[in-house]
Design a protein. Structure first.
Length: 346
């Protein structure tokens, strides 16, 4: 039987009670649809308070959708988007960014989810060559798909390099809150202030029911965004219910508390797992993910009670991705680690 809470994904968790309350509170009377309402106005104001007054803010349904519409606004079909080979947009979005933008993704091998200017440079050789796609956007994921976090200097270095070559920097911020919590930074300190041009900011993975934000820091990028958003089916008609959630998430530091809890629980999980000799942690634990090699023969037994995804397969072991959520507790970790110890001692 599956345990009531597991570590497969932060998408598997429920909704924070304050967010549910905000949805309920927004459920009164009629308001204008598609975002022309007081909830959306207030949520945008909160977003600007966190990302800076230059932020142009839009709310969409999902994370893949956010990536697609943001990238579409930044590119023409003859452009290319440079990202890590491990990027969600490259691996797990069923080709949606390529389909909707028409752009080729140029990938950079990465063992920890991060890319560097060295890797980007290799894709710039054909800039200005009529026969090659033209790199226009560098996309980084913060925190990365491997739970690692770019420092402010690393982001600034990539942003400066991109701008020097006429490219924009986009951040897939599915776990931007976790990255900010790890870096002890506010949100604008790791985005607008270090040269990010556009980003997505996830609510879903940090305690909301659903909803993501797309933010632009350059007016020229968002000038036609309203049309792109609608055409790509990412304009929620009952926008107030996403906006009310964002307003609650960005009130009283809830976004940061949720992210801090998830990060702290990932640290605790990693320390418990490292007490088990046959398990090996493979990545730095900086956000809310723990990557761990588990001998293959134990994996199906563990998964029957605690389902999780395996990322890489090696001869003797599977690499498990274990994610903590806003609602993970120390008791959840104790139960899981205790179960693992028992199974692996067999
Ligand atoms: C890094 C990253 N980007 C984007 C997404 C896409 O989000 P969604 O599943 O809401 O489309 C995910 C989902 O897990 C993700 O992990």
């Amino acid at each position: 039987m599956l345990a009531s809470k597991g570590f497969a994904s932060d998408n598997n968790s429920g909704v924070h009670p304050s967010i549910l309350k905000a949805v309920e509170a927004a459920n009164s009377g009629h308001v204008i649809a598609y975002g022309d309402d007081v909830y959306t106005k207030r949520a945008v104001e909160r977003m600007r308070a966190n990302f800076g007054m230059s932020a142009d803010v839009y709310f969409v349904f999902g994370g893949t959708g956010a990536n697609v519409v943001a990238l579409k606004a930044m590119t023409e079909s003859y452009h290319a988007i440079i990202c890590a080979e491990t990027a969600h947009m490259n691996v797990e979005e069923v080709g949606a960014p390529e389909k909707f933008t028409g752009c080729k993704l140029l990938t950079i091998p990465s063992s920890d989810g991060k890319i560097t200017t060295e890797g980007i440079k290799r894709h710039l050789r054909a800039l200005g060559n009529q026969h090659h796609v033209q790199p226009r956007v560098v996309s980084i994921t913060q925190a990365t798909e491997y739970g690692t976090v770019y420092t402010k200097d690393e982001i600034k270095g990539i942003a400066d390099f991109a701008h020097d070559h006429g490219l924009f920097l986009y951040v897939d911020g599915a776990r931007l809150a976790n990255a900010a919590a790890h870096l002890n930074s506010d949100l604008k300190g790791i985005t607008a202030e270090v040269g990010v041009d556009a980003l997505s900011f996830s609510g879903t993975k940090n305690g909301m029911m659903y909803g993501e934000a797309v933010v632009f820091f350059r007016k020229e990028l968002s000038k036609d965004f309203q049309y792109i958003q609608k055409q790509a089916t990412q304009l929620p008609s009952k926008m107030r219910f996403i906006s009310a959630q964002f307003e609650a998430l960005l009130s009283n530091g809830l976004w940061l508390r949720n992210a801090k809890n998830a990060n702290r629980m990932a640290q605790l999980l990693a320390s418990r797992l490292s007490e088990i000799p046959k398990i090996k942690i493979t990545q730095k634990v900086e956000a809310n993910a723990v990557f761990a090699l588990i001998p293959k023969r134990y994996v199906p037994i563990i998964q029957r009670r605690y389902f999780f995804y395996t990322w890489n397969e090696y001869g003797y072991a599977s690499e498990a991705r274990l994610m903590a959520s806003f609602d993970t507790t120390e008791e959840d970790i104790d139960s899981f680690a205790g179960f693992l110890k028992k199974v692996i001692a067999r």
